[in-house]
Design a protein around this ligand. Structure first.
Ligand code: A2P
Length: 274
């Protein structure tokens, strides 16, 4: 599956595999260990976790036991959304590194612009503080790239006014019908790579009849069409599954969606999944 060996360059030159493996909602312990082990066995080399997922240690153990060179794996983790201070960010990073048992991560992200129970609240100064810590972590070499997640244009603009360091990545919820055009445009114009989490709308898109009809024209599954769509929209998709056959299916996307079909998919607006 050629897609698993393809890379793109982040703005700072770090190479990132174009398809990742998401671990959100995979419980810690055997579930996360087995899923990541299977994903590595299938050929995924880009794994996405977070302190908040609670599974960093199991993810790291699967990587260590895989026999694959650490440098051949791209690992992302995230600063918990509620940590909005410089000291707190440095401290949380140490906790993460202890859990991982590694000397570096490939990408470290601020998980969200606000704590999850205060969505939309103004944390501009807290984000600037956390970001200052992230830039120092990057300078120290313990995070090869840094970025944010769930940031909208106003959040990115606020960060840009507080620091000379532009995030290399913004990881957002992105799928057919939820393409977040304003923030993806801002990211494209500012050299920020967009990663797509929940590219299958956490599974709820799979029974969409309009999407099924287009997938059928290509003799592909809805999952394959949606992941391919996210790639052709210039994002790095991070599909999640605990099933090894589906891991293979999700990476078997060596086909091209036509311009007309991309436009049809672009026009789908599915508020029920927003
Ligand atoms: P499972 O883990 O049981 O395979 P998202 O990546 O948008 O968060 O979607 C994840 C959801 O989609 C999970 O419920 C996962 O279930 C399911 N899923 C992932 N890949 C496939 C696939 N190829 N076919 C069907 N369901 C899938």
């Amino acid at each position: 599956m050629p897609i698993l060996t393809e890379h793109r360059s982040l703005a700072n030159g770090v190479e990132i595999p174009v398809l990742g493996f998401g671990t959100w909602q995979i419980p810690d312990g055997d579930d996360a260990y087995d899923a990541v082990s299977a994903a590595l066995e299938v050929g995924y080399r880009h794994i996405d976790t977070a302190r908040a997922y609670g599974n960093e240690a199991s993810v790291a153990r699967a990587i260590a036991d895989s026999g694959i060179a650490r440098d051949d794996i791209f690992l992302t983790t995230k600063l918990p959304a509620e940590v909005k201070s410089y000291d707190g960010a440095l401290k949380s990073f140490e906790t993460t590194m202890d859990a991982l048992g590694m000397d570096h991560v490939d990408l470290y992200l601020i998980h969200a612009p606000w704590p999850w129970n205060e969505q939309g609240a103004d944390y501009r100064s807290g984000n600037a503080e956390a970001w200052r810590a992230m830039t120092e972590i990057q300078q120290s070499g313990r995070a090869r790239a840094i970025g944010v997640s769930n940031f909208e244009v106003a959040d990115l603009e606020a960060l840009a006014s507080s620091s000379d360091v532009i995030p290399q990545v913004n990881q957002i919820r992105f799928f057919v019908g939820n393409t977040q055009d304003a923030v993806t445009r801002y990211c494209r114009e500012n050299g920020i790579l967009v990663e797509a989490y929940s590219p299958l709308a956490t599974g709820s898109i799979l029974d969409d009849e309009d999407v099924q009809a287009i997938a059928g024209q290509y003799d592909r599954t809805v999952a394959q069409l949606c992941i391919r769509y996210a790639l052709q929209k210039d994002t790095v998709p991070l599909p999640k599954t605990t099933n090894a056959d589906r891991m293979r299916e999700n990476a078997d996307i060596d086909f091209e969606i036509s311009g007309d079909d991309m436009a049809t998919l672009d026009a789908i607006r599915d508020d029920k999944r927003d």
